[in-house]
Design a protein around this ligand. Sequence first.
Ligand code: ADP
Ligand code: UDP
Length: 237
Amino acid sequence: MQIERELYSGKAKSVYATNDPDRLVMRFRDDTSAFDGRKKEQLANKGATNNRTNAFIMQHLERAGIPTHFERLLSDSDSLVKRLEMIPVECVVRNRTAGSICRRLGVAENMELDPPTFEFFLKNDELHDPMVNEYHIRAFGWASDDEIAIMKRLAFEVNDVLKQLFLDAGIVLVDYKLEFGRFQGRIVLGDEFTADGCRLWDVDTGRKLDKDRFRQDLGGVVEAYQEVANRLGVTSG
Ligand code: ADP
Ligand code: UDP
């Protein structure tokens, strides 16, 4: 497998074509951003920590029967993934209230959501990722009815699997964002699952172990990500 040209450089990762048209290299960089890219910083070792954590979680999901794009780790920062045709919506599942749902609905933080909620957001930084619903997704041709149903089903299956995985590590999975894409006629989980895209709270103390440490200037961002990796049993080599 050979890395060829850069296809896309996002806020935290870069994506490279390879000599296999169906495979990409995803490079996890140390760049960290929040508030649609308005707050930016380089955090040493974040890329490597996220690359390994993502590999661990994606493999765990695969074993549980959830199709993902992950193929294998290539290096500290790089993973080989299937090249997906991405669906331009973000799928957010919440088990507890935090972040935008509190601002939008005026509800307190840390309320249990039973059943968990599901929201779609359009992936568009300039528009600040507006919330959209299934009618918008169908009308604008972003995904079909069947694809919408599959994304929702898989997003909740991920919840069942990962809520338990994190709980076993003494961590509450508060909420998370997933992105899906198409590969050879199937809907597959793409992008990443790391502390950059979810909220993780220590079960006993409520200490935040995720990107809110960066958003809220709490410090110890990468240390918290590494603590999550250690507690999950993610190996470093
Ligand atoms: P952003 O685009 O939000 O700044 P990143 O820095 O994480 O995000 O960039 C990674 C980009 O790669 C995202 O746009 C994501 O949708 C895309 N992507 C993730 N997985 C795949 C995949 N398997 N195939 C193609 N594109 C992917
Ligand atoms: N999220 C993300 N990327 C986005 C928007 C949200 O990874 O572009 C994650 C975020 O980290 C959190 C969950 O999705 O774990 C829900 O985010 P929310 O809607 O509360 O928005 P926020 O207040 O975090 O911007």
